[in-house]
Design a protein. Structure first.
Length: 387
């Protein structure tokens, strides 16, 4: 619904346009109002509702109309509690409960909280009480409204993360508990080979739990912007060959891997452990979800900022990634197949690459499989360059 308030900006929201008063009583300069910024109230991304000193609505912008399904024409001039009939989650009428005009004169507003519109629709509401002087009567009530879609998406993401972790932990912990309990109760009944098999299974499942915990810690650091990168000289070609050797030692054929290197490569300074994590994840994906030969190419490249960098490409010859899924590959819980995994690996890979100042992309390989390419800036840290 694209409903716009009639008249000029000043007519739509005169109190906001012509300056706002703070709790200290000083009136702001007109240039700080919406009119001074050249903004219409309908340009604001959030809902804006303003009531005057008598509690009647003087401004009701288009975002407020969209969120509440009430048109500005209906709301303007009406008492705030009838134009915006909010209730808390216990069914109490919000404006009667908070009493902005008759409550404590020291209050300056209400923090954002979840309230209900008629019909049970949820909305995030915060309010500001504007007074001409500290402790004076409320001259204007400014209300901000926001939809709950973004919060719901965050809550669903957290719920999915919890469900994934619970599912991934249940299997190895059940195995660990079962085998250790069996060994403790019936140790003398098993042969040495049987004991070794059970202990190897417990060891492998413990490693699986450890990896999951490490993934969760990485996600926490990525989401909070606290992922630390400790840069050291990295021989990226040697790191690639090390990962290939690990796969061949685990039973993969040497012929399945092909390494292409374009010399000379610039000196790469990066966090070796985290780059190992990126390479390990991309190669594991290519082996597990792809088919045919896995090609790893390393070459000099320009970064997005047009500076010197190193590009590493990992591609396979499998079915590839459907075009409609390309945009979701680096999101949480994306799985390219039903062959296990938490769906967190590529999300972490992207976070690590970006923490290095690099970029990562995915597209279709020449032979039809998936092709991941990440580019890292090179060069020593600033403190070494200056010495």
């Amino acid at each position: 619904m694209n409903v716009r308030t009639s008249g000029s900006v000043a007519d739509a929201c005169p109190a906001v346009v012509h300056g706002s008063q703070g709790a200290g009583g000083a009136r702001d300069a007109p240039a700080r109002g919406l009119d001074g910024l050249g903004l219409d109230p309908d340009d604001l991304p959030d809902g804006l509702v303003v009531a005057d000193e008598n509690g009647r609505v003087t401004c009701f912008n288009a975002a407020a109309a969209r969120i509440t399904a009430v048109s500005p024409r209906e709301a303007m001039g009406r008492p705030l509690e009838s134009a915006l009939p909010l209730e808390d989650l216990e069914g109490r009428r919000w404006w009667s409960l908070t009493d902005p005009y008759g409550g404590l004169a020291t209050r300056i507003g209400q923090p954002e909280r979840n309230l209900l519109l008629p019909g049970g629709r949820e909305v995030l509401v915060s309010a500001r009480y504007v007074r001409e002087r500290a402790g004076g009567p409320v001259r204007r009530l400014v209300v901000q409204l926001r939809g709950t879609d973004a919060r719901r998406r965050t809550e669903r993401s957290h719920a999915e993360l919890i469900a994934t972790v619970a599912h991934e932990l249940r299997s190895p912990l059940t195995s660990v508990k079962g085998f250790t309990a069996t060994l403790l109760a019936k140790w003398e009944r098993f042969t040495d080979d049987q004991k070794r098999l059970m202990l190897e299974t417990v060891d492998a499942d413990a490693d699986r739990v450890t990896r999951l915990i490490a993934e969760l810690l990485d996600i926490s650091r990525i989401d909070s912007g606290r992922l630390e990168v400790r840069r050291q000289p990295v021989d990226i070609v040697a790191a690639v060959r090390r990962h290939i050797q690990a796969h061949t030692a685990a039973g993969q054929s040497e012929d399945r891997f092909h390494v292409e290197v374009v010399e000379p490569l610039p000196d790469l300074w990066a966090d070796p452990d985290k780059i190992d994590q990126v390479l390990g994840n991309l190669l594991e994906n290519a082996v597990r979800h792809g088919e045919g030969r896995v090609t790893i190419a390393v070459s000099p490249a320009l970064t997005k900022a047009r500076t010197e960098g190193t590009a590493i490409t990992v591609s396979d010859e499998g079915p590839g990634i459907p075009e409609e899924s390309m945009g979701r590959v680096f999101t949480r819980f994306w799985r390219g197949s039903k062959r296990g995994g938490t769906g967190l690996g590529l999300y972490i890979v992207k976070g690590i690459v970006e923490a290095h100042g690099g970029t990562i992309t995915v597209d279709r390989a020449p032979r039809g499989g998936a092709r991941f390419r990440f580019t890292l800036p090179v060069g020593a840290p600033a403190f070494l360059s200056q010495s």
